[in-house]
Write a protein of this length. Structure first.
Length: 339
């Protein structure tokens, strides 16, 4: 490796001096110039003393000074070149195996703010629904923020980011907070890595949001008028006695849901089963049930997979398992709730 962390370097295209702050791979490093961090190819950099020895000292060459944002676009890979919005930027760090093939060792993760606002943020990174990393900090306008590294083997563990943003300088016209979730799909990540390798760029990204949302104005209903027109109006403290009863066990076999199931396509059957699951899941939460058993059967496993993916994202779920049951075999999932 030509450069090491801490080396002073000069960008050939812009004639600006910076410092190496990280090694990305054999052909690329992360550098910092005047507080701006961005990846650069090694062949675009040189040591400052090479320039000093090669310059004519008696009659210095007059050149129009360029800044880093004027580097030719064809090789620009800086996170600062992001379009408007807040983005999650991933920089793969490669290593070589004994056969000389490039392997991804980890993904370096950055928050990039292309908006004119600054934010407070709360970030949680989870694997298989279990939080593994949590951070509260500030993200200033037109700047990036290093979050964490993701070991590449963890991409297969249903990796997901949960963010809560709020304005650093509150605005009564804007929402109090803005929640965003990003789930990393392994196949999509692998495709993006292959794409950036072919294009010769160092990173790929996902947009979390374009603009911070406006405050939603709540429309207040005149309950007296509703009652006068025949609607039933109840006290909020008594709402549980008026909602449908919950069940501690639900059977999602399609013949239990509809008599006309033989006329339905597989997609329509799955849609009905998931709707039934959602209905009794919500009722279980409204009634503060501690447990819910969902009988989904074995079959192809598609219904079970869909339900398990939904459960990984629900904050009320304490745990769930698909253990053997004397009555249902492996065809049921037990859900445990937390309130």
């Amino acid at each position: 490796m030509k450069f090491q962390v801490g080396d002073k370097v000069i960008v050939k295209h812009s004639n600006e001096e910076g410092e190496v702050i990280d090694i990305i791979n054999d052909t690329m490093v992360m550098i910092e110039i005047r507080g701006v961090k961005f990846p650069a190819y090694i062949d675009q950099l040189d040591f400052p003393y090479f320039k000093q020895f090669s310059e004519k000292t008696l009659v210095p060459e007059k050149k129009e000074k360029k800044y880093i944002d004027q580097v030719p676009k064809e090789k620009a890979v800086s996170g600062t070149a992001m379009p408007d919005g807040v983005w999650l930027l991933f920089i793969p760090k490669f290593t070589q195996d004994e056969f000389g093939d490039e392997l991804v060792q980890l993904l370096k993760v950055y928050l990039v703010n292309g908006t004119d606002a600054s934010y407070q943020f709360h970030c949680t990174l989870s694997y298989l629904g279990n939080p593994a990393f949590e951070l509260k900090n500030q993200l200033f306008h037109k700047q990036d923020f290093y979050l964490t590294d993701i070991p590449f083997e963890n991409i297969n563990d249903s990796s997901s980011f949960d963010f809560e943003f709020s304005l650093l300088n509150p605005d009564k016209r804007k929402a109090e907070y803005h929640e965003v979730m990003l789930k990393l799909k392994p196949k999509q990540v692998f495709t993006k890595i292959e794409q950036i390798k072919k294009e010769g760029v160092p990173s790929f990204s996902y947009q979390l949001f374009d603009k911070y949302p406006d405050k939603v104005q709540e429309e207040r209903l005149d309950l007296g008028k509703l009652s006068a027109t025949g609607f039933k109006v109840y006290e909020a403290s008594q709402f549980r006695q008026y909602i449908a009863p919950a069940r501690d066990t639900i059977d999602l076999h399609i013949e239990r849901i509809t008599d006309d199931w033989e006329k339905l396509s597989n997609f329509e059957i799955l849609t009905l089963q998931l709707a039934e699951f959602e209905k009794y899941y919500e009722l279980a939460v409204l009634h503060h049930q501690p447990y819910l058993t969902v009988i989904h059967g074995i079959g192809s496993g598609r219904l079970k997979e869909e339900i398990h993916e939904l459960l990984k994202t629900r904050k009320e779920v304490k745990s769930f398992d698909n253990k053997y049951h004397p009555s249902h075999g492996y065809g049921a999932t037990m859900i445990s709730f937390k309130y």
